[in-house]
Design a protein around this ligand. Structure first.
Ligand SMILES: *[C@@H]1O[C@H](CO)[C@@H](O)[C@H](O)[C@H]1NC(C)=O
Length: 387
């Protein structure tokens, strides 16, 4: 049994650790027990969803049975019974982050990126007592098994409470496909709407996929490096009325390129022009999804309808292949009020591909980012600078 092998390996390592490390390790090992025990009933999305509901309804996540919260690094966290009323409102105090974690098992480069992302997230992550960081991973089975093992190591120094939830990619794809099928032809490479590509549009319809009790979530790429506490990144309260998500601008002239025909026909347009006067489009590496606002916005939900989308795509002569970020970019040209612009430092993209592919003269206008960098985004496999 995989779990026994893992435990044996863990026990083998214990002898080399000091006692406080032993406690941390034991906590991690217990989490793994929970992983393996509960994963043995076929873990599908609905059971995960149910767990979200259960834990949010419960007053204390640690007493709520099948969750993976590991209460480490909080030696003074008093017994559950002593929590204040305020602290019992777990829903208020849960911070949700989601990452796509598919096809990782055979890809060393992706594993290295995941390591950098998680270790930096843990290094800077600080949460208050009674708060929980809920990490959601969308995985295939093989990636999930590897992820469980890797997370054990990466989360060991976490000073905050966390919970890990794995979502099965095929179960999510099945739910997503009917919603996003019609948009795939506008924003996917190739000619058809490949069923398996639907998952690249998860953020677009997250509000319909996740249970209603989940009202906010941050979606993050794997090729990030954090330099700031992920908790500080909850800027939802700054959203103006009508905004459904927070997202940073795209920092290459990719949409100057994609909208070339529209730009030719509309020479005065701001579409595809650089920040701050233009509309350079969005990058989906870091997204703050206000699921409650997405559900409530009739405008946003209209834009998901095939006819509306086809009409906009025709109007802007748009044909892309970058999935969700193409969708957000295109609807953002027409309805910028749906988006709260994040400072570039929250998604400091490093890719320079377009500089060397015909856009060297304007590249810096898009690429520049003044102010502090909170998250580096090593997109298109660009190395991230050391601290
Ligand atoms: C592995 O992941 C990298 C991103 O880190 C990606 O560019 C590459 O295409 C992947 N390789 C394979 C074989 O999927």
């Amino acid at each position: 049994m995989a779990f026994l092998r893992l435990l044996a390996r863990t026990m083998g390592r214990i002898s080399t650790f000091r006692s406080y490390q032993f406690v941390l390790l034991l906590a991690a090992a217990l989490a793994v027990v929970a992983f393996y025990y509960f994963a043995s009933e076929k873990q599908n999305f609905s059971s995960t969803t149910r767990r979200i509901k259960e834990t949010q309804a419960g007053h204390n996540m640690n007493r709520n049975g099948p969750d993976l919260t590991v209460d480490i690094g909080l030696p003074h966290a008093a017994g559950a019974e002593e929590r204040t009323e305020e602290e019992k409102d777990v829903k208020e105090r849960s911070y949700h982050a989601l990452m796509m974690f598919t096809k990782v098992d055979k890809n060393r480069s992706l594993q290295d990126k995941f390591r950098v992302a998680m270790l930096s997230l843990v290094k800077y992550g600080r949460f208050l007592e009674g708060e929980v960081l809920v990490l959601h991973f969308v995985c295939d089975q093989a990636s999930k098994e590897l992820g469980e093992e890797m997370l054990q190591e990466f989360l060991i120094d976490a000073t905050f409470k966390y919970q890990v939830l794995f979502h099965d990619v095929s179960a999510l794809t099945q739910k997503l496909f009917p919603i996003v099928e019609s948009m795939q032809k506008h924003f996917s490479s190739g000619s058809g709407a490949y069923y398996s590509d639907a998952i690249f549009f998860l953020s677009v319809a997250m509000h319909r996929i996740m249970p209603d009790s989940l009202t906010r979530i941050v979606q993050l790429d794997l090729d990030l490096k954090y330099r700031e506490n992920i908790r500080e990144f909850q800027e939802f309260h700054r959203f103006p009325p009508g905004a459904v998500m927070g997202i940073a601008r795209e920092m290459q002239p990719v949409y100057r390129h994609t909208f070339w025909q529209y730009r030719k026909e509309n020479p005065q347009t701001k579409v595809g022009e650089p920040h701050p006067d233009g509309l350079p489009g969005f990058n989906s590496g870091v997204m703050l999804l206000d699921l409650a606002a997405m559900r409530a916005s009739s405008l946003y939900n209209q834009l998901l309808e095939p006819e509306h989308l086809a009409q906009l795509a025709a109007q802007y002569r748009f044909r892309g292949h970058l999935g969700d970020q193409d969708f957000f970019t295109m609807i953002g040209m027409e309805h910028p009020e749906l988006f709260y612009p994040l400072a570039c430092g929250w998604n400091r993209q490093l890719c320079t591909w377009w500089r060397d592919h015909g856009y060297g003269d304007v590249f810096q206008l898009y690429y520049r980012c003044d102010g502090p960098v909170y998250i580096y985004h090593g997109n298109c496999n660009t190395p991230i600078p050391d601290d």
